[in-house]
Design a protein around this ligand. Structure first.
Ligand SMILES: [Zn+2]
Length: 423
């Protein structure tokens, strides 16, 4: 296990700079210079810098995306290992971008010396080396090393870990129900792991929300004969394309076989294998299609990404997420729990009510402090410099987001709901 994890962490770390250097090269260098790697004139260099400056700005956004990919692709411990490096690479790109812009404005690039030109050529050679190595590291980025492992909660209820979100599994004579299905390449392995618990067919797949690390196997399980159930907004979002406002990147609709067949607006009940399963959609939280799955007899919840243990949660504002809804949903869910309730997080080990309460209280404290700062007239861009989340960074800062980034995102979300300030 640990060897596999170490291998995958290494692959993630290696992939990051290679992939983006390759991207930078392809994007910013004229096709004709791919062959002759020598820059002959200062005007060529200036053109290159202008292209690079523009592309670097976009790259900073793309690296933010890469953080998301790793979040979706990897186990929590790998995410924790990879993020410091991504932060570091991101900072290098951002700083380089600023330096290039300053150089262009000051005219220093027009006065580039032969020595500086030589350095540029060395950098280009390095980038080309990265392009050659990049595909090999990317080829290794697969799911071969992922082991899907069942963990028992009761005689009928299990959860599986692999890569991506935790999978809940209810087995019995009426057929198997699973909650979430991780990534498509893992479907056969997930199916195999479930068959070691119970040989019955998978009858229902319930999605906690639309993200690919939780619903990526929908098509495959549909083809195996399962019926996918989700909140109605999940089907709406899976069946249409969406555009990332920052990067203009368009995500196409999912394969229709992935779309939920049974949908509901707020609640739905499923009764089989002696279990009463309540599917509860509350306020927009991680997305606008989150569902908490409550196995009432077993006293177990699967909360999807409304509750995670890797650090500051990702709130997908582009897919309808909301900090206020996150907190109000958790409040209502905590009201349904008791001290013996076990909670399967979207990512992380099984927790209890006190863990969810602490998670909720941390979010509420950050939200309240951020809101107070906004009401005092603090601009969103300056919220990160306030010590709002600093006391939580020791426990939450090693994950997907740093505290200051999380505070800014919360601030942007809260600002949108505040009345316009009076001048
Ligand atoms: Zn998610």
């Amino acid at each position: 296990m640990s060897l596999h994890n170490a291998l995958r962490a290494t692959q993630c770390l290696a992939l990051t700079p290679f992939l983006y250097c390759a991207y930078l090269f392809r994007a910013c260098i004229p096709r004709s210079t791919h062959r002759t790697l020598v820059l002959h004139t200062e005007s060529q260099l200036r053109t290159l810098f202008l292209r690079a400056e523009r592309q670097l700005r976009i790259l900073v956004l793309h690296i933010e995306h890469l953080r998301l990919s790793i979040h979706f692709l990897c186990a929590p411990q790998i995410v924790t290992a990879a993020f410091p490096l991504i932060h570091f690479v991101n900072r290098i790109f951002a700083t380089t971008s600023t330096l290039i812009t300053e150089s262009l404005h000051s005219g220093r690039i027009n006065r580039a010396t032969p020595a500086q030109l030589s350095v540029m050529n060395k950098i280009l050679s390095l980038i080309i080396l990265c392009i050659l190595v990049g595909p090999f590291t990317r080829a290794q980025e697969n799911f071969d090393s992922v082991k899907v492992v069942p963990h028992k909660l009761t005689d009928h209820l299990y959860f599986l870990t692999g890569a991506g979100g935790n999978i809940g599994v209810l087995v019995g004579p009426d057929g198997t129900v699973i909650v979430d299905d991780q990534f498509a390449p893992l479907s056969n392995r997930i199916n195999g792991a479930i068959k070691t618990i119970d040989p019955g067919d998978i009858r229902f797949v319930i999605n906690t929300h639309l993200h690919g690390d939780h619903s990526g196997g929908n098509e495959n399980f549909t083809h195996m004969g399962a019926t996918v159930i989700a909140q109605e907004n999940v089907r709406k979002r899976m069946s249409t394309s969406s555009t990332n406002l920052a990067t203009k990147e368009v995500t196409p609709p999912r394969d229709p076989a992935a779309w939920p067949v049974l949908t509901f607006p707020t609640t739905m009940s499923v009764h089989l294998n002696g279990e009463d399963i309540e599917l509860v959609h509350l306020d927009p939280a991680h997305t606008d299609g989150d569902v908490a799955i409550w196995f009432k007899s077993a006293n177990v919840f699967h909360l999807g990404d409304m509750f995670v243990t890797y650090g500051y949660p990702y709130i997908d504002y582009g897919n309808g997420g909301s900090i206020n809804g996150f907190i109000s949903s958790l409040d209502r869910l905590i009201g349904l729990m008791d001290d013996k309730t076990r909670i399967i997080p979207g990512h992380g080990p099984v927790c209890n009510k006190a863990d969810v309460q602490k998670f909720r209280d941390t979010l509420a404290d950050i939200r309240d402090q951020t809101l107070a700062a906004l009401k005092k007239g603090k601009p969103v861009s300056e919220l990160g410099s306030l010590p709002i989340a600093s006391k939580y960074d020791a426990t939450w800062g090693g994950g997907f987001l740093k505290g200051k980034d999380f505070v800014i995102q919360v601030g942007e979300n809260l600002k949108a709901s505040l009345p316009p300030s009076k001048k």
